[in-house]
Design a protein around this ligand. Structure first.
Ligand code: ZN
Ligand code: ZN
Length: 572
């Protein structure tokens, strides 16, 4: 059993408890434990072997017992009992934005509706609006919610798909018949959500590989088994396409199955003009029918008269044209990042101490790290008041004297309040190295209002960075109704930095906005918004967004060395 499989079961338990109307804290305990396990850097079996399961945040006696059981049997009795008791369709309904467990229960008790299809029918025939606590407005929002999840059916977070795929690649690589295994498709292009997982395996024995692959325990269903491609659905619902290719065709196949389709189409038509046919096996010279087997993707691009194009930008949005003119971006790399400017400690709703965060950042090779806890209005996140912030500044001052090799910057994630004001006065903000401003309340405000709030924050000379600018949560919450064109303009006029939030379920701003921002000459900061030190590793997701957005090192302020960063922050 892998971490994400255990996390999946714990999430399902939480969902079913919610439908049953169980105690809030119990539900939250399962969700927290699932979240921690999902994001664990090591294999959970290792922790079990060391008898250290309870060191995972949120895993107590009851939950660790279930984890032991799941590791041993693949499931646990509690989970099976709940599944027998709670109709599956009700759990699915929880995925509809804005529809909570209480209302699902009302609908089920009154109309015996136990699937999303039945629910949609009932909503369209106006049956829901007559139920207690559900009016016309809620019925309308249920209809919209169903349409929203239908539109994203089968979409998975990059982080989820990646951890599943990497795990499969490791196991495939260890098979004796396999020379090499590699991730392809949209996952290799690092799209923020992916529909399926494409894997490419190099082997001379297609049959042996396929047989071993089909024995993987997480496979629920085989949907296609052909001479080159095998498609399966995993227990989690995600589809995996496995293609086995001969060694000589690997590079051509990798390019082909990485896509995008549009990128490939453009390459193929360019090839034709040179008298070449490009396919997943190699490059065929149309004059003499001879086939070339390129040794690398780079060689294929060279054959077509252009430099290598990184997978992240193979979307046919001008990259081929840029390559032909030799004007591709010199894309920012993970190793260019010198620090993180949005991190929470245990002074607000984070888990790690400031010292732990600093030491972890040092281990990552960073030069600096900013501590930006929540401000006082955000009570649910234990936001800091002026007094507590002052004490935190003193501690940071002491820690900077004590710890060598990393600079801790003082900061705050100051709330942009619903009434346009910031949660702290300027005389407080002035004293901090980094001020990150963001919205956590009033998401439902009208477009003008919410856009105005962010623009007002940009106009404040003490605000350095606008964090998670659109407020979206991938697959769960749409962006608030903000006019990002106006926000980009405001940032440009006021020299305010935009954040690329690297949290895998935010990725906010996204690749397209990042590219627009660059065109306006804006600077961006790739931050993790980590609430526990290990999550500083999420930075890679933000770097991928930046690369997809054609950003270069100079567009990202936290690639600057410490002294230059300070100058940049003070330049507003
Ligand atoms: Zn925030
Ligand atoms: Zn934050």
């Amino acid at each position: 059993m892998k971490n994400h499989e255990i996390a999946y079961i714990l999430y399902e338990i939480a969902n079913m408890l919610e439908i049953k109307g169980e105690n809030f804290f119990k539900i939250r305990a399962y969700r927290n434990a699932a979240h921690e396990i999902e994001n664990l850097a090591i294999d959970i079996q290792k922790l079990v072997n060391q008898n250290a399961l309870k060191e995972i945040d949120g895993v107590g006696e009851a939950i660790s017992g279930k984890i032991y059981e799941i590791l041993e049997k693949g499931t646990c009795r509690y989970y099976e009992e709940l599944k027998a008791e709670v109709p599956r369709g009700l759990v699915d309904m929880l995925k509809i934005p804005g529809l909570g467990a209480k209302r699902i229960k009302v609908i089920y008790d009154n109309l015996k509706i136990a699937s999303i299809e039945e629910l949609e029918k009932a909503a369209n025939s106006k049956q829901l609006q007559t139920l207690p606590g559900i009016g016309v407005k809620t019925e309308q929002s249920i209809i919209r919610g169903i349409q929203m999840i239908k539109g994203r059916a089968g979409r998975y977070l990059l982080s989820t798909a990646l951890s599943i795929a990497q795990d499969m690649v490791t196991r495939l690589s260890s098979l004796p018949s396999v020379e090499k295994a590699q991730i392809a498709g949209s996952l290799r292009r690092k799209k923020e959500m992916v529909g399926d997982i494409d894997l490419l395996v190099v082997s001379n024995s297609h049959q042996q590989v396929t047989e071993s692959f089909l024995k993987f325990p997480e496979i629920r269903e085989v949907i296609a088994k052909g001479s080159t491609k095998t498609s399966v659905i995993l227990e989690l619902g995600i589809q995996v396409d496995l293609r086995v290719v001969k060694p000589e065709s690997f590079s051509a196949a990798l390019l082909h199955f990485t896509g995008s389709k549009e990128h490939n189409t453009k390459l193929r038509s360019l090839a034709l003009r040179k008298g070449l046919r490009l396919n997943e096996y190699g490059i065929i010279n149309l004059d003499d029918g001879e086939i070339i087997y390129p040794q690398s993707e780079k060689e294929i691009y060279k054959e077509l008269g252009m430099p290598y194009i990184i997978p992240e930008i193979r979307e046919d949005t001008g990259e081929v044209e840029a390559a032909m003119k030799d004007s591709l971006p010199n894309s920012v790399n993970l190793k260019d990042i010198k620090g993180d400017l949005h991190v929470h400690s245990n002074w607000s709703d984070g888990v790690s101490s400031i010292e732990e965060i600093a030491l972890y950042a040092k281990k990552l090779g960073y030069e600096y790290i900013a501590i930006t806890d929540h401000s006082k209005s955000l009570k649910i996140a234990r936001g800091l008041d002026e007094e507590k912030l002052k004490r935190q500044l003193e501690l940071i001052y002491e820690l900077n004297k004590k710890i060598d090799g990393i600079k801790i910057l003082s900061g705050i994630e100051v709330d942009i309040l619903s009434n346009n004001l910031l949660d702290f006065n300027d005389d407080i903000l002035e004293q901090l190295d980094v001020v990150v401003a963001s919205i956590h309340t009033g998401f439902k405000q009208e477009r003008d209002k919410i856009t105005g709030r962010i623009i007002r924050a940009c106009e404040n000379p003490n605000v350095d960075i606008i964090a998670h600018p659109t407020g979206r949560l991938l697959g769960r919450r749409a962006p608030y109704d903000v006019d990002m064109e106006l926000v980009l303009q405001a940032c440009a006029q006021t020299n305010t930095i935009l954040e690329i939030n690297s949290s895998p379920d935010r990725l906010d701003i996204n690749d397209k906005l990042a590219r627009k921002a660059k065109a306006l000459g804006l600077k961006m900061s790739i931050n993790t918004d980590a609430h526990v030190a290990e999550r500083l590793n999420d930075i890679k997701y933000g770097v991928w967004v930046a690369r997809r957005g054609w950003l270069e090192k100079d567009d990202v302020i936290n690639t600057l060395p410490f002294e230059c960063l300070l100058k940049e922050l003070n330049s507003k």
